[in-house]
Design a protein around this ligand. Sequence first.
Ligand SMILES: [Fe+2]
Length: 405
Amino acid sequence: MSDDIGATAQKPRYGAPLASLSPSQIAAIRSLPSNRDVKPPVIHERRPVGNFVSDAYWSRERETIFRNKPVAVIPSAALPDPGSVLAHDGYGIPLLITRDRHGTARIFLNACTHKGAMLVEDCAVKKWSTVSCPFHAWTFGLDGRLIGVPREETLCDFDKKSRPLAELPCHETGGIIWGILNPRADADFSLVSDQITDDLTHLGLTSWTRYGYRRFEVDANWKLVMEPFLEGYHVQRLHINSIGPQGLDFFDDIVPLVERFGSHIRQISGRGKYQPDVLDDPAVNIRSVVTIVYNLFPNTVVITSPYYISVMILMPTATGKTNVDYYMLTETAPDNPKAEELYARSFAVIQDVFGNEDFKASETCQRGLETGAIPDVIYTGMEEAIPRFYEGIEAIMDEALEAAE
Ligand SMILES: [Fe+2]
């Protein structure tokens, strides 16, 4: 992206050597052939249109996955400081995320235990040590305990311990605050594997800072929003004038190395005209020569760029509606005009490419599929990561169906 334009000025300071990555990432990168030698597979993969347009299918996904399996809620960088609070409404459920003075993150329902009023209405980070309901000022600690009730003496036999905030299972790892959006669900975070945590930590997700944030409201099924981030096939075509061959021309028309870790997918591809001998240069910024993409089960995308990381959380609220939270993370906050200009330009380009090209394409696919024009969706060998990703989702959906029978 425009990050490459600033690369010359900023390279020594913001670059990352190959050795900064995890052993697994390094091994995968070292196995990449030259781009000219990459051979896409020939595949026979289709998915029914109902997976994208059927309310019944979305209801199953919601109950099986989005209410009972771990989902990313925010990157840790969106709530970095102890003693802070963030209201969150992306999943269509009012949530309150807190980080206490010891640094522990928790997720609650954003509802006062007096009579349900929303505790915090706007979604900006607050530096607070307690949360007080605007209605009657019932006050809670960041650990969810009810600690203050005005005129408490007028309540008969009332114990504040009996009315803490409703807490959701929460687990912070790999620079992501994960939650299970059902207060009665088991706190089983085993899907978030050590492998994924290790990879994300090596990319900097646990230490980098939030530079930019934007919420997109996309009129498409969440999987149609995810698909463009599982294939590079469209990059030369849809993005021809932006980041494709008539524009910034960052990427070859190749397939990435696709690996599945549990239900998560990692894609690694060489940028430009990649050849492995660039790895012999100890000064190389590895993020300028390869792109690493994670499709984290079920709904999160992490993409490396030379000087920033994109984290996108796709939050479905209906069959054909998805809120997308886009976060741009950088190693440090910009502390000079060149860095500020580089980051600002990258942020503008990426919002334009994702917002005006990828998400718009997802919306037109949704409308097209809803017409009944085609019986199923076909995936080419250039898109092999898409069915691999769906296999992970379908395995969990099938498991839940079998358990219910
Ligand atoms: Fe794209």
